[in-house]
Write a protein that binds this ligand. Sequence first.
Ligand SMILES: *Cc1c(COP(=O)(O)O)cnc(C)c1O
Length: 343
Amino acid sequence: MNLIDLRSDTVTKPTPEMRIAMAQAEVGDDVYGDDPTVNKLQELAAQMAGKESALFVPSGTMGNLAAILAHCGRGDEAMLGDKAHTFLFEAGGISALGGIHSHQLPNQPDGSLLLADLEAGLRPDDDHFPPTRLILLENTHNRCGGTYQTPAYNKQVRDFSDQHGIKIHLDGARIFNAAVAQNLPLTALTEHVDSVTFCLSKGLSAPVGSLLCGTKDFIYKAHRARKMLGGGMRQAGILAAAGIVALTTMVERLSEDHARARKLADGLHEMRDLELESPATNMVFVTLRDSVKKSAIEIAEELKARGLLVGKVSERRVRMVTHYGINDGDVKDALAAWHAVLS
Ligand SMILES: *Cc1c(COP(=O)(O)O)cnc(C)c1O
């Protein structure tokens, strides 16, 4: 059976053009700085993000960790959302490996942090407190449903952080989804942050890798952190070649994923047993109403038997993510599977 895999956009496989670029990539030892394809990818990423410099890292998790290690020292504090990927899903690396204290603030439904909460969370200069060094933002916001924040919001956080001498790191794993959804160039969403991580291996469909972008000095420090974390790679141009194709050919088409997510949500909305959150980008979250006597895990199993894979978020909540591997027919078939399971 041909499975329709809506668990995540990380399940995307390289495009034919990526396979060719990978096979033909010029490579060298990137630990010596000798891989021309990695260098080209890093220059392209820095230019797209409007930053001085960029670093190719094996994963978004390592990109965020290297960034936070570069911004903060042991005993420093970072403010981040209580639904932030870095707080929930990165194995507590900033604390375990960096000795960095995390201070969680409530994420608003759109994934933002309230200025009032940042203000209240700021530590006074007093030897009882860890010094506040960093604010961590996430755009699009994964656990808040693929929601996005605007340049105007980023500017507000920038003004606040400038007043207090705090840096901002943006976990932009899906920043291109946020840019495409708002019809903005990437720079509009990165100009107000000090550093940004974005993933090549999600909606952009490359097999492996993320980019961390920031000033030259910042990337110099992050480069050492990457080495310490074991993320120095050798002939990584094979991977970077796919990344270049991702950045040059796969960004604009994300709007198709957003349109399919809306179509999927519209169809599910008609099923009375489901409570829908209107998708902002490529993620559809549904909550099972009380009329459904089965758990999300049981529903997911039954959907799987009908050829549809979904992500289980909690006892009553399921996530579906549209991506390059999903076409209009798949959306129709997914709706039919839901219909059958709920009837
Ligand atoms: C996927 C993701 C990451 C981490 O990426 P990996 O490459 O899986 O380590 C970080 N932040 C967000 C918001 C993500 O969705």
